[in-house]
Design a protein around this ligand. Structure first.
Ligand code: ATP
Ligand code: MG
Length: 663
């Protein structure tokens, strides 16, 4: 440093100041499930009692003896209890006034529509549960699913839950190799797939890909195939069966298994943003209580709501907040199979308008795409029934938050920015829409009963400031293990700080107790001795009117040691200097200079990017998260790390070229 002093001894520094504040509208506040801010303090007084009170709203076969047994790092929730999740999502509702209520409103990408009531869903789930049994699937067996976003996927999951089989859903966009690895790791006995699924107008030949994968998976004894796309398929005799044939013959009588609270419910691999995906183990009762409670309070669900979470069921968001949480709450759930820009860029808004969606939950990557495409697409539709918006998956840049609030929510709907992970199973840090004063870019506070803290390098709690985000108390839907790798479970999550769960994310907490996610700690920038999260520099870039999305990484610099490289995509209304091939144009260079200036002005010279690369696309995981580790590899000229979770390998090739041309 210029004055020879050491930089302040902080784990992560905060640079960006964001002062905007949005209070819940009066009507919303009055009618919400949670209207009293004292819920936080009350849950702190007796956090076990807090979770147990949600548990008593569910149907138990046998009540639990103890709410929690905690021998770090192993938790058991609702010990001694017996319960069935499927019965709580279906049987409980068909016995009462929700019997004929719509459970699922589904739309295929080509435009077909299906509506299933709770009764319909119940019948189909029981039938498929009988099918699974007839194919020899028993309690504890693993069942893999590789499917498009169609009701049969939810039906298959619920059927597994009904008979106590463990599901492992693999996102339908993965390659044969990724599917094979996941099936082998889980030792699945049966695979449910489809002939094909639609994506942006073309058909993904799921069965063909699955055949290639299953070739090398001796554990698979049967394959059940949904007819979705009328693709020709090879049927292997004795192994492959059509879903509709089996369902015609199956009985809808199938008792729900009395599962132990700690029996495994599912196994799911993380998105792979930071490296090789981990097979996360979730169990029964705690998971149900966690997702039931958070769905009810965070989305403020009421019986008349039409709820749409756009996540694919192949990710944890789809498990917890398309299937289990909303169905346990008896909600009407919208499902859409395809892409948001097919055939036009207003597809989501057309669906939201037609279905009368009231609660809408999506990812920042989608919001930034909407921003990039322009406001005219949502403006063509009547979105006045929306009353609540949510986001999950990445930090949301304040500009994107405000855009969402304004152009989708009509400045009327609270936006809940929910922080959580595949490992946490349930939402952990989030506004409660009836009581939280919202700050764009902040996920606000831990859900009642949850204890999140910021630790410094030595594991001391930081009261106000930046550092590592940890969870210092068990919670019901927490992961129980990494499948087949208990050592990695301990090493990955419980060793950085003893007895405390390490999230891998950096965050800052402010004077009011609001949490601001700063990005992954693996991605932290280290500039002239200052440790800076990626989020703030990116948000300063996105704050510029021409920018839609940005990703920054640290690069080696001869003089400074480390400098910042920024990869930036532009809104379509501005000129597109990033699109052309070859060395950067004069217009591109001028804009890059402007952007450097903008960052300097917003947060200081320290964060001024050394290099700005304008690009049409950023490398993302198949779940839509920016993969900074690959950008870092490009920027430092290293060989690329694991790319199997990358959505579009072409993006990375183009970027490599661009980077070299930019010198
Ligand atoms: P892997 O662990 O394999 O690298 P991943 O972390 O991307 O993959 P997920 O479990 O799908 O897999 O994602 C959880 C991560 O997403 C969080 O740790 C955090 O980095 C990010 N995240 C999710 N929601 C938010 C949010 N609201 N704000 C900031 N970051 C978020
Ligand atoms: Mg992770």
């Amino acid at each position: 440093m210029a004055d020879g002093q050491r930089p302040p001894d902080r784990t992560l520094e905060a640079l960006l100041k964001e002062d905007r504040r949005f209070d819940p509208p009066g009507d919303f506040r009055r009618l919400a499930h949670v209207t009293d801010p004292a819920v936080h303090a009350q849950a702190e007084e007796d956090f076990l009692g807090f979770w147990a009170s949600f548990a008593t709203e569910l149907d138990w076969i046998r009540e639990w003896d103890r709410v929690l047994e905690w021998e770090p790092p192993h938790a058991r929730w609702f010990v001694g209890g017996r319960i069935n999740i499927c019965a709580n999502c279906l049987d409980r509702h068909v016995r009462g006034p929700r019997r004929n209520k719509v459970a699922i409103v589904w739309e295929g990408e080509p435009g077909e529509r299906r509506t299933l009531t709770y009764w319909d869903l119940f019948q189909d789930v029981c039938r498929f549960a009988s099918v699974l049994k007839s194919l020899g699937v028993r309690k504890g067996d693993r069942v893999a699913m590789y499917m498009p976003l169609i009701p049969e996927l939810a039906i298959a999951m619920l059927a597994c839950a009904r008979i106590g089989a463990v599901h492992n859903v693999v996102f339908g966009g993965f390659s044969a190799e990724s599917l094979r690895d996941r099936i082998s790791d889980s030792g699945a006995k049966l695979l449910v797939t489809a002939d094909g699924g639609y994506r942006r107008g073309s058909i993904i030949p799921l069965k063909r890909i699955a055949d290639e994968a299953v070739e090398a998976c001796p554990s698979i004894q049967s394959v059940v195939l949904v007819k979705r796309a009328d693709l020709p398929v090879d049927m292997r005799r004795g192994r492959d069966h059509w879903w509709h044939h089996l369902m015609e013959q199956a009985t809808p009588e199938c008792e729900a298994e009395a599962m132990d609270a700690e029996d495994m419910l599912f196994l799911l691999y993380t998105s792979g943003t930071t490296g090789k995906p981990k097979g996360i183990v979730h169990t029964t009762a705690g998971y149900l209580v966690g997702v039931y409670a958070t769905t009810k309070w965070v989305f403020d669900l009421r019986d008349e709501d039409v709820y749409w979470c756009t996540a694919d069921i192949g990710w944890v968001t789809g498990h917890s907040y398309v299937v289990y949480g909303p169905l346990a709450n008896g909600a009407t759930v919208v499902m859409y199979e395809g892409a948001p820009d097919w055939p036009r860029r207003d597809r989501f808004w057309e669906i939201a308008e037609r279905t009368g969606t009231t609660v809408f939950y999506t990812a920042p990557t989608a919001i930034r795409a909407f921003m990039k495409w322009g406001t005219e697409h949502p403006a063509r539709h009547d979105l006045s029934r929306l009353r609540l918006l949510g986001t999950v998956g990445e930090p949301i840049n304040p500009e994107a938050w405000v855009w969402y609030y304004k152009h989708i929510g009509g400045e009327r709907c609270p936006v809940v920015d929910t922080w959580w992970q595949t490992e946490t199973g349930q939402i952990m840090i989030t506004p409660l829409p009836g009581i939280t004063s919202l700050r764009p870019g902040s996920a606000s506070r831990p859900f009642p009963g949850i204890r999140a803290e910021i630790f410094d390098d030595e594991g001391r709690a930081v009261k106000v400031g930046g550092g590592y985000l940890v969870l210092s108390r068990p919670w019901p839907a927490m992961l129980r293990n990494i499948y087949g790798d208990p050592e990695r479970y301990v090493k990955q999550y419980w060793s950085r700080f003893s007895g405390v769960y390490f999230t891998g994310d950096g965050a800052r907490v402010d004077e009011e107790g609001n949490f601001w996610l700063l990005g992954r700690v693996d991605d932290v920038l280290n500039v002239a001795g200052h440790r800076i999260g990626t989020m703030e520099v990116e948000s300063a870039l996105v704050d510029h009117p021409a920018v839609a999305e940005a990703a920054v990484v640290g690069i080696e610099h001869e003089i400074k040691g480390t400098a910042i490289a920024a990869f930036v995509t532009l809104k379509e209304k501005s000129a597109q200097p990033g699109d052309e091939a070859g060395p950067p144009s004069a217009a591109g260079q001028a804009l890059a200079e402007q952007l450097k200036e903008h960052v300097t002005k917003k947060i200081g010279a320290l964060a001024r990017p050394e290099v700005i690369i304008l690009t049409a696309d950023l490398p993302k995981t198949r779940s839509g998260k920016i993969m900074r580790r690959l950008l870092r590899d490009i920027a430092s000229g290293k060989a690329l790390g694991d790319t199997t979770t990358l959505a579009d390998p072409a993006v990375i090739e183009t970027l490599k070229q661009k980077y070299e041309e930019a010198g």
